[in-house]
Design a protein around this ligand. Structure first.
Ligand SMILES: NC(=O)c1ccc[n+]([C@@H]2O[C@H](COP(=O)([O-])OP(=O)(O)OC[C@H]3O[C@@H](n4cnc5c(N)ncnc54)[C@H](OP(=O)(O)O)[C@@H]3O)[C@@H](O)[C@H]2O)c1
Length: 348
């Protein structure tokens, strides 16, 4: 028993990780289809020990599959996800296109699995932004123990969060600078090699960026609209792994030891926190891992009931592909993936 699955965006950073993780977690697959843009038709991608030839999104018949993992960017999602959902399969959408749609659940399985019930409205479930996913996994267990009133978050986001083009730019720019070549920025607004950029996404009228606004809006939808959250998002010259400096104010005192104990028991979290030279996690340590790592847990004496944390995770895994596959597992466990062309009826 298994499902007919299509990964759309299969040649991309996230799509390739989706294929890897579906295999790593033994998700029940009877048929795997890799889908990308027309230009990638025929390109081979790996799925376990097999290779799958990419099909073009324009000619793929989505009514022949049961589940679609969509990771081809916002424009492709806006064009395709609703049509695919109407054709039958359940769509797990990785872009920002549907995250704030009231008829689409936005899910991090460790945090709000019950929201899955809403999925049949459009047959779409949204996967959050990479920085939001790791943040809410770390905040949820603390928020359950002592309400978080306010959070101040600064991110240190790797270039893989900006897709293949982002990784290529860091690589070619670094080589160009060593070799006296052309290091002018093409994908990022400024030079990323040996630098960092405090702008991710376009600026809004309020002076924040789109990425910053996504983080507070998504955290409110997934975890709690009453948490006051302010964010600064920064792109850093790291290939994989997003880091976050997180300052929290609670409604009751909570000691670093109590926080460590709560987080040690929390699903999806690994605490690595010793005041030693290697007693904390860096992006390189987190790359390729499933967990959200929490380090540097300490009291903030400048506010009432304050704590500081350092939160690191692989943005292509928990921040994207792993979370999507966990949602697929949740759909499987709750019997919500129905055979395409079978007996599913839409509630819209
Ligand atoms: N990277 C992260 O950390 C992260 C985290 C959370 C969410 N996301 C979201 O995941 C999505 C993909 O990100 P990524 O990092 O994997 O990007 P990427 O490396 O640039 O890959 C993009 C993929 O989408 C395909 N694609 C682009 N336009 C398409 C179209 N019109 N029709 C069909 N396929 C199309 C590309 O196919 P071709 O190769 O044929 O062009 C490629 O497979 C984005 O929505 C992004 O916001 C990314």
């Amino acid at each position: 028993m298994g499902y007919r699955v299509a990964v759309v965006g299969a040649t991309g950073n996230v799509g390739r990780e989706m294929l890897n993780i579906l295999e790593e977690l033994n998700f029940p697959v009877t048929e795997m289809h890799a889908v990308a843009s027309r230009k990638s038709k025929g390109i081979e991608v790996s799925f376990g020990d097999r290779t799958v030839k990419c099909e073009s999104i324009d000619s793929f018949d989505f009514s022949t599959v049961d589940l679609v993992l969509m990771s081809a960017g916002g424009d492709a999602s806006r064009e395709w996800s609703e049509k695919i959902g109407k054709a039958g399969p359940m769509v797990i959408d990785n872009s920002s296109a549907f995250r704030m749609d009231p008829d689409v659940p936005l899910i991090v399985p460790e945090v709000n699995p019950d929201a899955i019930k809403l999925a049949t409205k459009k047959n779409i479930i949204a996967n959050p932004n990479c920085s939001t996913a790791q943040l809410v996994v770390a905040l949820k267990p603390l928020h359950d123990a002592a309400k978080i009133k306010r959070a101040v978050v600064s991110t240190y986001q790797s270039v893989s969060g900006a897709g293949k083009a982002g990784m290529d730019e860091l690589w070619t720019q670094t080589k160009a600078i060593y070799g006296l070549g052309d290091a002018r920025p093409k994908h990022f607004p400024k030079q990323i090699a040996f630098n960092l950029i405090p702008m991710i996404g376009a600026f809004r009228d309020d002076g924040y960026t789109e990425e910053e606004a996504k983080m507070w809006a998504e955290t409110h939808k997934i975890l709690d609209p009453d948490i006051q959250l302010t964010v600064t998002c920064v792109r850093v010259p790291v290939f994989v792994g997003h880091s976050e400096s997180v300052n929290l104010e609670f409604d009751r005192p909570i000691s670093p030891d109590e926080a460590r104990e709560i987080l040690r028991e929390a699903p999806g979290v690994l605490v690595v926190d010793k005041a030693e030279a290697d007693g904390y996690v860096t992006p390189i340590d987190a790359a390729g891992e499933f967990a959200v790592f929490v380090s540097r847990i300490r009291k903030d004496p400048t506010v009432e009931n304050g704590l500081n944390l350092w939160v690191v995770s692989d943005n292509l895994r928990k921040g994207a592909a792993l979370n999507a596959v966990q949602i697929a597992q949740l759909l499987d466990e709750t019997g919500m993936i129905k055979p395409a062309g079978g007996y599913r009826t839409l509630t819209v």
